[in-house]
Design a protein around this ligand. Sequence first.
Ligand code: KG4
Ligand code: ZN
Length: 361
Amino acid sequence: MRVLGIETSCDETAASVVALDSAAAPEILSNIVLSQIEEHAAFGGVVPEIAARAHVEALDGIVEAALTDSAVSLDEIDAIAATAGPGLVGGLIVGLMTAKAIAAAANKPLIAINHLEGHALTARLTDGLDFPYLLLLVSGGHTQIVAVRGVGDYQRWATTIDDALGEAFDKTAKMLGLPYPGGPNVEKAAATGDASRFAFPRPMKGSAQPDFSFSGLKTAVRQAATAIAPLSDQDVADICASFQAAVADALGDRAARALARFRKEFPDKTGPALVVAGGVAANRTIKGTLEALCSEAGFAFVAPPQKLCTDNAAMIAWAGIERLRAGLAGENAVDFVPRSRWPLDSISTPLVGSGRRGAKA
Ligand code: KG4
Ligand code: ZN
């Protein structure tokens, strides 16, 4: 099976060809990702209109490069899989329309993929994980813990009631005058900071409600920064280190709850695993905390290569293969309308204030 994947839900224009030959492990034949970070940096965040236009300009070339790199011709492709939501609707339209056009011209089936499903199934592409497992998705638009029970069978166990974690990193960076994207710059500054200088709150820690919250922490950072302004480089480093420690601590507490629930719900599962995905999963302090937690709880800690944790089209092509293989590819998606909101788990009710429209997934 060979599937061409297309991803345009936020600020990466991406295309990839993934192959699965019955007995062998899946293979990523090409994986092209064009980041738009430079186009958005001056604005301190992703500008939807700029993103959509940049996708229009780049996508044809990116698809062509993905096919060339894979040495697979369009004729040899079994299906096209494209992200159809959630995300910024302009980008989704560009990707899905392009996919529809390719599918129609080449007479291939089109599969509409939920971007979050791409993240959820990546660990099966990279590590061959068996169901069920736990996924912690921490990106610019989402902060969720999901029980991945099968293809198309996801149960959200926790989500943020306000900001996404990546957003909290980005806003903290902005407040402190660090460049966009904030996460890597906060981590860099934190390396020379004193994590014990500021006692920031650990939102939701110990709470019976399993969810996340970061807006109170953001406010505490702003108050601390205002109180000691103007900030020296050391002040910025200390705030970043203290913020990162608070985040890791809060995240660890929420994850520990989820691991315990997993044990209870899947008592027979041997070799349980926690998978991380999303840009924030690059953070070493956070990774270290989760790794320690997993080893204590007897869980494998699976962190796919960062290139496959952040937005890419290999995960979309792979989700297409998973759906084809499971007989869940659905009707040919030629009439599919992009969805800026598209929860992975349609049963868990959305929480008030969560999931901004068109948020980065
Ligand atoms: O998954 P991603 O590339 O895009 C989506 O949101 O879909 O995640 C981007 C987010 C941004 O908020 C960025 O600041 C954050 O991931 N991030 C980090 C780090 N690297 C990226 N946050 C904390 N520490 C990092 N090293
Ligand atoms: Zn994503």
